[in-house]
Design a protein. Structure first.
Length: 359
């Protein structure tokens, strides 16, 4: 296969080839707006685009080396390994971290206990879950950035079917919110965004986790609004904003990457009604899937930092899926080892997040 950079003229075929929002052309433009170094590549066979992806490059402090980051990309086979090795050398990378958009296991909603092996959802079109096809050049990473688990809801089902698959308490709480006359507003105006951003930062402060900074949120909002890909939903009770979600659509999927809530009036169950309205919005837009962005490893229980979010998302009756995980392509072992040693002084995940402008 032939590797080369993708040009602006190839934007449409690029978007058709990738599978996830974070690999979309618009997301790449948003990352560039943060002055992040980003390049798009394609693997071609007989002049036909087979695999496409975009990768960001992040300077390692006090060195001349970079970390490459390829989130939600194609299957990590020998063709990708060869391409990333060339790209890494050309861009002076110590290592490249990949988190493929490739499903390992899909577990059906709570009412059904069976599990099944799922085919790849990545743009590489890889065969069914066969780890022997993963290039040995990719090493399982000690530090993922994305969760290995996620909930995805099927929006092709009728509203009645979706409601029926929800946890009984979740359905009940939707009725409670309606009884309290909680109002949901959806749109792209500045006031809705202001209410969303306040609730987002109130939540990160209250729960003590590291979220994205203000410039990040403003950039993603402004960049994707131009493409008609983003909106916010805000739930109000007696004109007080209680819950807000940012929703982004790409291809046939609605994504819920960011949100926030208030400690006020928790008894009115605004979050449940907001989630239901988000589902109805996705159906109205003609989308097929609702991607809830991440979930905890349920085997760890409350020890997993995402457990609280997961408990709420699980009530929607969505599929719990497991991806094949995070891998590192290591090009400079001494720097890679030194980079990991830094964890003794700063959690490595936080360092990586800072490098890629995620906080």
């Amino acid at each position: 296969m032939d590797l080369r950079e993708i040009t602006e003229k190839e934007k449409n075929i690029y978007n058709k080839s990738v599978s996830h929002l974070m690999q979309s052309w618009a997301w790449g433009q948003f990352r560039k707006s943060l002055d992040t170094k980003l390049k798009r590549y394609g693997l071609f066979e007989n002049n036909q685009l087979v695999t496409a992806f975009q990768i960001t490059f992040h300077k390692i402090p006090l060195t001349k080396y970079f970390v490459g980051y390829l989130p939600k990309g194609p299957f990590p086979d020998k063709n990708l390994a060869k391409a990333l090795t060339q790209i890494g050398k050309e861009n002076n990378c110590a290592f490249i971290k990949i988190e493929p958009d490739v499903i390992a296991i899909r577990q059906l909603p709570e009412k059904q206990s069976e599990t099944e092996i799922a085919s790849s959802s990545g743009s590489a079109g890889a065969p069914r879950n066969d780890n022997t096809l993963i290039s040995k050049k990719f090493k399982p990473s000690p530090k993922p950035l994305f969760t290995k688990f996620n909930y995805v809801l099927d929006l092709t089902k009728s509203e009645d079917e979706i409601l029926q698959n929800m946890h009984q308490k979740f359905r009940y709480n939707i009725k409670v919110a309606k009884k309290h006359e909680v109002i949901i507003k959806e749109g792209t105006d500045d006031q809705l965004f202001a209410d969303y951003i306040k609730l987002y930062f109130d939540t990160t402060k209250r729960q003590g986790y590291h979220g994205h900074n203000m410039s990040y949120h403003k950039s993603v909002w402004q960049s994707l609004k131009k493409e008609n890909m983003v909106r916010v939903l805000v739930a109000y009770y007696e004109k007080i904003p209680l819950t807000a979600w940012m929703l982004i659509n790409f291809k046939d999927t609605l994504y819920y990457p960011y949100g926030g809530s208030s400690e006020l009036h928790r008894n009115v169950m605004s979050s449940n009604l907001l989630a239901w309205d988000a589902i109805r919005l996705g159906k109205k837009l003609g989308l097929k899937k609702f991607d809830l962005w991440g979930a905890a490893d349920l085997s760890k229980g409350e020890k997993d930092s995402y457990f609280g979010f997961t408990k709420f998302k699980g009530g929607l009756g969505a599929e719990l899926i497991e991806y094949i995980g995070t891998y590192d392509l290591i090009l400079n072992w001494p720097i890679y080892i030194l980079f990991n040693i830094v964890e003794k002084f700063m959690p490595l995940k936080l360092l990586l997040l800072r490098l890629i402008n995620e906080v």
